[in-house]
Write a protein that binds this ligand. Structure first.
Ligand SMILES: [Zn+2]
Length: 273
């Protein structure tokens, strides 16, 4: 639980955080961009972060869930990071490249979906849940964990496409053989309604059904399902493009993740317990 504390002149808060980016700052400090449970996306100055002798256990690691304490005086813009400790480590994200690239992509997209200083605890929980899954899941399920994250993160941030009813005529899309998808209109359309819509593209109905299934079932059971890797990849790429369109962002970590997952799929399958 968060424990806000403070006077009129300063505010101190303890929360859980993931490091998104770390920029060197001044002589021995850093500005860290944090994804937090209680403050949404936030920036904090970590004084002396490059020295190992202070309260930090080494520099903030991307593949670790931290307990942090931050404080800010009334008229200051940035928080000061006053302490950070490891809450949960995900060691295989560091040691296996496909897990690392997937984690990097998940953190980047979570940071783009999270608003500054506006908490979204469900999105934060989904992100840490996904990092745990990427750390623990058998290698052949990494793509599934990443696709599941994209599907649910889109919904938790209010950016999910409407896929049940046509966003143009409001009639059901049930049975539509060649639905279209339009980021501009916020969802799917009948072929007849989508043709001629600027930016609308045809989409395989099976991908919309897969997306509905990822929303319908709880994440735990989904991660044990045998879903076809090619459809999961196609849905991932569809959702990446969708979110890039609605957010007007480019996810730099998405293409490297896809390359690593494709490379990983060619490696001999092994059983991971
Ligand atoms: Zn329609």
């Amino acid at each position: 639980m968060a424990s806000p504390r403070g006077t009129r002149r300063s505010r101190t808060l303890s929360t859980e955080a993931l490091a998104v980016r770390i920029h060197p700052y001044a002589e021995s400090s850093a500005i860290v961009v944090l994804l937090t449970k209680d403050l949404g996306l936030t920036r904090a100055v970590a004084k002396g972060a490059k020295r190992l002798s202070n309260g930090f256990r080494g520099p903030l690691d991307k593949c670790v869930l931290h307990n942090v304490r931050v404080s800010r005086r009334a008229r200051e813009g940035l928080y000061h990071l006053t302490s950070a400790s490891v809450r949960e480590a995900f060691p295989r994200l560091r040691s296996e490249t496909e897990r690392f690239f997937a984690a990097n992509c998940v953190i980047e997209i979570a940071a783009d979906l999270m608003r500054e200083e506006e908490p979204n605890e469900e999105l934060f929980r989904l992100t840490t849940y996904t990092l745990k899954a990427l750390d623990k899941a058998p290698r052949e399920r990494i793509g599934l964990a990443a696709t599941l994250f994209l599907a649910r993160a889109a919904a938790l941030s209010g950016h999910a496409p409407e896929i049940k009813t046509c966003v143009s005529c409001n009639e059901s899309l049930h049975g539509e053989l060649t639905p279209y998808l339009s980021p501009l209109r916020g969802g799917a359309l009948h072929a007849a309604c989508g043709q001629g819509e600027p930016g609308a593209r045809p989409v395989a109905p099976a991908l919309l059904e897969l997306l509905a299934a990822l929303w319908r079932h709880a994440p735990g059971p989904i991660l044990t399902m045998d879903l076809p890797a090619a459809s999961l990849r196609d849905l991932r790429i569809l959702l990446e493009g969708w979110l890039e369109s609605v957010l007007e962002r480019r996810f730099r970590a998405a293409a490297p993740m896809e390359r690593e997952l494709a490379r990983s799929a060619k490696k001999p399958r092994r059983s991971v317990g």
